[in-house]
Design a protein around this ligand. Structure first.
Ligand code: ZN
Length: 54
Protein backbone atom coordinates (compact mmCIF):
# COMPACT_ATOMS: atom_id res chain seq x y z
CA UNK A 1 0.00 0.00 0.00
CA UNK A 2 1.77 3.10 -1.22
CA UNK A 3 1.36 6.56 0.12
CA UNK A 4 1.54 9.87 -1.65
CA UNK A 5 2.48 13.26 -0.30
CA UNK A 6 1.95 16.31 -2.47
CA UNK A 7 4.07 19.37 -1.72
CA UNK A 8 2.87 22.61 -3.28
CA UNK A 9 4.21 26.14 -3.11
CA UNK A 10 1.57 28.87 -3.07
CA UNK A 11 3.91 31.52 -4.39
CA UNK A 12 5.75 29.91 -7.30
CA UNK A 13 5.58 26.83 -9.54
CA UNK A 14 7.45 24.55 -7.15
CA UNK A 15 5.70 21.30 -6.38
CA UNK A 16 6.56 17.69 -5.83
CA UNK A 17 5.04 14.29 -5.28
CA UNK A 18 6.73 11.98 -2.77
CA UNK A 19 6.07 8.55 -1.35
CA UNK A 20 7.97 9.21 1.85
CA UNK A 21 6.55 11.72 4.29
CA UNK A 22 9.93 12.62 5.77
CA UNK A 23 11.27 13.38 2.27
CA UNK A 24 8.21 15.47 1.47
CA UNK A 25 8.62 17.42 4.69
CA UNK A 26 12.31 18.03 4.10
CA UNK A 27 11.65 19.24 0.55
CA UNK A 28 8.88 21.51 1.79
CA UNK A 29 11.04 22.92 4.57
CA UNK A 30 14.04 23.38 2.29
CA UNK A 31 12.02 25.42 -0.20
CA UNK A 32 10.26 27.39 2.53
CA UNK A 33 13.56 28.28 4.18
CA UNK A 34 15.40 29.15 0.97
CA UNK A 35 12.60 31.17 -0.62
CA UNK A 36 10.39 32.29 2.27
CA UNK A 37 7.39 30.98 0.34
CA UNK A 38 4.27 29.54 1.92
CA UNK A 39 3.97 25.79 1.37
CA UNK A 40 1.36 23.10 1.67
CA UNK A 41 1.93 19.41 2.28
CA UNK A 42 -1.05 17.18 1.61
CA UNK A 43 -1.44 13.49 2.19
CA UNK A 44 -3.18 12.32 -0.97
CA UNK A 45 -2.72 8.59 -0.35
CA UNK A 46 -6.45 7.98 -0.18
CA UNK A 47 -6.92 9.52 -3.63
CA UNK A 48 -4.91 6.74 -5.19
CA UNK A 49 -8.00 4.68 -5.93
CA UNK A 50 -8.67 4.51 -9.68
CA UNK A 51 -12.32 5.27 -10.22
CA UNK A 52 -15.41 4.46 -8.18
CA UNK A 53 -15.40 1.15 -6.35
CA UNK A 54 -18.93 0.99 -5.08
ZN1 ZN B 1 7.98 28.78 -4.01
Amino acid sequence: MSRRFHVVCHECAFEGLYEDQSVAESQRDAHAVSSGHRMSLRDISDRNVPGPTQ
